[in-house]
Ligand binder design. Structure first.
Ligand code: FAD
Length: 389
């Protein structure tokens, strides 16, 4: 027997860690099972917190969930920093979205329309106005949009702080791979079996293993959502001088490709990201690296002079309808928290709150009401994606 807790959280990525910490803060005993807590896609990610830029005016309910998530970030970051004494790198910095050429203007128009439909601030900029916000931007840009409500967090500082916060809140970490859910004679959760054959007993289980969630055994057919891995490369560069090279997130549309540059306080710059359907493959490919670097220098020509630090590929937990799966399933005691696709960092605080709310009060947090985990047609027994948001 590996342990006993009220709740067994499977997966210590940004979602599992946030949920474990929030539930522990509310007085529940938590065991977190993960062979490598604090890694997963969240370690690779860029750290943009962009509620509207990542949805569209055709998905207002989803966009409202993303906005509710973004609104929780300042308090979440402050709470985490106070609990751990560690910085998260959260910055209420805003973003400038730019179109490289006339054919990319349509994307900006969509962005403006989506912000206006939701009553969020955004304003059109000329090319020279873009450069007055970020002076390193290329003089060859077409136009832009200023988005004051997009922010950033240093994803790796965040993961480190979450691991620390969980330890400080008494979360018991079991550094093993979860193999299967254990059910009792009535079909309710009894615990989680690890790959070594130990069982961690618990009344509840929260499956938050990102793209790997459907691989957990012992779950009745049709209960787990059809989450799939969506590969993304990011490149990390470092500018000389060890200071932040620009304050706003740069979000660029480059001949139809969506790229971004996120400058951190220490002089590093994250360039992202590709979106690829390649299964569980995290090979770093030369073509992806080349494409990201080419697009980065089209947006910010001085990127060519910066030091190359690394290129990594991670697996986003893609969801068939672009919305996450957070909440209770029809198996008594079984919750899921997965399918956060391109927005797991943005959605971590609100997902954690939703899980803790269900565990302590049995209620569904209102922004998630439209997205029950068992919404029809998207269980792991059903077929592939219907939307790539
Ligand atoms: C290139 C890229 C850029 C991104 N940029 C952003 C961004 O700017 N903003 C944003 O909000 N989001 C971004 N994302 C998305 C974000 O990273 C994900 O949505 C988020 O990490 C999902 O969190 P998760 O905890 O569900 O999964 P993960 O972060 O993948 O964590 C899953 C965890 O489960 C563990 N695990 C797997 N199998 C098992 C098992 N059997 N037993 C126990 N544990 C297991 C893994 O070890 C891992 O720790 C990006 C993702 C990528 C790849």
């Amino acid at each position: 027997m590996a342990g006993t807790a009220d709740v067994v959280v499977v997966g210590g990525g940004v979602i599992g860690l946030s949920a474990a910490w929030e539930a522990a803060r509310r007085g529940l005993s938590i065991a977190l099972v993960d062979p490598a807590p604090g890694r997963g896609a969240g370690w690779v990610a860029a750290g943009i917190l962009a509620p509207v830029s990542e949805t569209s005016s055709e998905r207002p309910t989803l966009a409202r969930l993303f906005c509710a998530a973004a609104d929780r970030w300042p308090a979440f970051a402050a709470r985490l920093e106070a609990a751990t004494g560690l910085a998260t790198g959260f910055q209420a910095c805003g973003a400038v979205a730019v179109a490289l050429c006339a054919s990319d203007r349509e994307a900006l128009e969509g962005l403006l329309a989506a912000h206006r439909a939701l009553g969020r601030e955004a304003s059109a900029l000329s090319a020279s106005e873009c450069r007055s916000v970020v002076d390193l931007l290329s003089p060859a840009l077409d136009s832009g949009v200023l988005v004051p409500g997009d922010h950033q967090v240093d994803n790796r500082a965040l993961m480190t702080a979450l691991v620390e916060a969980c330890a400080g809140a008494g979360v018991q970490t079991i550094a093993e791979r979860a193999a299967a859910l254990e059910l009792d004679a009535h079909g309710a959760v009894a615990g989680v079996a690890t790959a070594r054959g130990d069982v961690v007993r618990g009344r509840w289980a929260v499956l938050a293993a990102g793209a790997w969630t459907p691989q957990i055994g012992g779950v009745p057919a049709g209960v787990l959502p059809a989450v799939r891995p969506v590969k993304g490369h990011v490149v990390r560069l470092r500018a000389a001088g060890g200071r932040q090279v620009f304050s706003h997130v740069v979000s660029g549309y480059v001949y139809g490709r969506h790229r971004y540059l996120v400058a951190r306080a220490d002089g590093s710059v994250v360039v992202g990201a590709t979106v690829e359907e390649r299964g569980f493959d995290t090979t770093v490919q030369a073509g992806a690296l080349r494409s990201l670097l080419d697009d980065a220098r089209l947006l910010v020509p001085s990127a060519d002079d910066w030091e190359y630090v690394e290129c990594l590929a991670g697996l986003r937990p893609g969801s068939p309808d672009g919305a996450p799966f957070v909440g209770a399933t029809r198996v008594p005691g079984l919750l899921v928290a997965t399918g956060h696709y391109r927005n797991g960092l943005l959605l971590a605080p609100i997902s954690a709150e939703a899980i803790a709310e269900h565990l302590t009060a049995g209620t569904v947090l209102s922004p998630f009401e439209a997205f029950p985990p068992d919404r029809s047609g998207i269980s792991s027994a059903s077929s592939g994606p219907s939307e790539a948001s």
